[in-house]
Design a protein around this ligand. Structure first.
Ligand SMILES: Nc1ccn([C@@H]2O[C@H](COP(=O)(O)OP(=O)(O)OP(=O)(O)O)[C@@H](O)[C@H]2O)c(=O)n1
Ligand SMILES: [Mg+2]
Length: 380
């Protein structure tokens, strides 16, 4: 038997591209992954055609050649609270309109046939033109992740507004406790993607307006002050860890928030470091740059500088330190060039050579290295 080719796998199947690919094409944006919906097919038929079931709760398959996702047209009904607890129905009687009707936003509920024909029963194109994020229908409320998606799309499409009825529905969902059932992995997935958009502040604003922020990240809910910082960070192309760290400057306890959100270690570390070291990066940034002959205050300044570099583990993690400085200077007057110069200065100390000098007295090595680094700071 010859393996199924791209053509034979879908030959005679009633398929449409749906979701983000259609939306982005209509917006004139570059194409991402295509998602397909399949009408009037059974899981057995898909398998016979060489499609591979992705597993999990939903009837979704990967194309044998393109590996794009093909989902059987379905209707969903909520059988429990929160993200889990769906039952769904696929079958020959499920229409394209049914399938589009259980989707989140009208702009994501447009289908396109292989011949280019658009199927748009819920006014998605009009909402694209009017720049509105609007839910398709009551089924929106069956999946609390959609509140996060809405917020993420607001951050991505900065000139779109959220329809008042959609905002009201999200508020009602939050009030009824739906947001409490969100699993941390899904929350982090959406928040991290939203932070990487051009206008992350709009995500936070939507989450705040709907009340969801108070549920998923209680420490952040009260402080809009960091919102503008996030957009500047996006404008400067900061990596995720730096953006997340700036977001967390609004939290009393970034470590607790990171645990709650299950943030990856590099994000959690950067958030903790920024909160802990921002005062030192700012103050010592002035004093360690003081004139060399300014006496004892200068020595104290150098000591503070070295201590800050040590706490940041800057010698071992220079890239992380550079990103920390990049984030810090958005939040406070911090001079990254001076800190980099200090790091370069202590890097000139050959710790191995110092250790060999004190080979007879190993207990002295640590302090000798430190003294050498302080001398290097005063010389630079
Ligand atoms: N919680 C969800 C997730 C997805 N969808 C539907 O499934 C489509 C595909 O989902 P996904 O690929 O996650 O999002 P996209 O809209 O394609 O956006 P992105 O550009 O981020 O892929 C969406 O457009 C939407 O129609 C939904 O209704 N509710
Ligand atoms: Mg997609």
């Amino acid at each position: 038997m010859t393996p199924p080719t791209r053509l034979s796998a879908t030959q005679g199947l009633d398929v449409y591209v749906v979701g983000g690919a259609v939306r982005d094409a209509l917006l004139g944006l570059p194409a991402g992954d295509r998602d397909w919906v399949v009408l009037r097919a059974t899981p057995e038929e898909m398998s016979d055609r060489g499609f591979v079931p992705v597993g999990g709760d939903f009837p979704v398959f990967l194309h044998p050649a393109t590996h794009e996702e093909y989902a059987l047209a379905r209707t969903e009904r909520k059988s429990g609270r929160g993200y889990r607890g769906f039952t769904f129905h696929t079958g020959a009687d499920v229409t394209l309109e049914d399938d589009l009707g259980r989707r989140d936003l009208t702009i994501n509920a447009i289908a396109q046939a292989p011949d280019g024909r658009l199927v748009d029963p819920y006014g998605g194109r009009q909402d694209l033109e009017r720049r509105v994020l609007r839910h398709v229908g009551p089924a929106f409320a069956e999946d609390p992740v959609r509140i996060l998606r809405l917020a993420r799309f607001a951050a991505r499409f900065a000139d779109f507004s959220v329809a008042p009825e959609t905002l009201a529905l999200c508020r009602a969902m939050v009030e009824s406790g739906e947001a409490d059932a969100l699993v941390p992995e899904r929350v982090w997935r959406e928040i991290s993607r939203g932070l990487m958009q051009d206008h992350p502040s709009r995500m936070i604003a939507v989450l705040r307006d709907t009340g969801a922020l108070a549920r998923i990240a209680p420490g952040l809910a009260a402080d809009p002050a960091t919102d503008a910082l996030l957009d500047r960070a996006a404008g400067e192309g900061l990596p995720l860890a730096g953006r997340y760290a700036l977001l967390c400057t609004a939290a009393a306890d970034p470590a607790a928030l990171s645990r709650r959100l299950r943030a990856p270690a590099e994000c959690a570390d950067q958030a903790r470091l920024l909160k802990e070291l921002l005062p030192a990066l700012r103050e010592a940034g002035g004093s360690h740059a003081a004139p060399r002959d300014s006496g004892s205050g200068d020595a104290a300044g150098r000591d503070a500088t070295l201590r800050t570099l040590e706490r940041a583990d800057a010698l071992r993690k220079p890239q992380r330190f550079a990103e920390l400085l990049q984030a810090a200077r958005l939040a406070a007057p911090v001079d990254p060039a001076r800190w980099q110069a200090s790091l370069d200065a202590i890097r000139t100390v050959d710790a191995g050579a110092v250790a060999r000098e004190h080979a007879g007295d190993p207990g002295r090595i640590k302090d000798a290295v430190r003294q050498a680094r302080l001398r290097a700071l005063s010389a630079h």
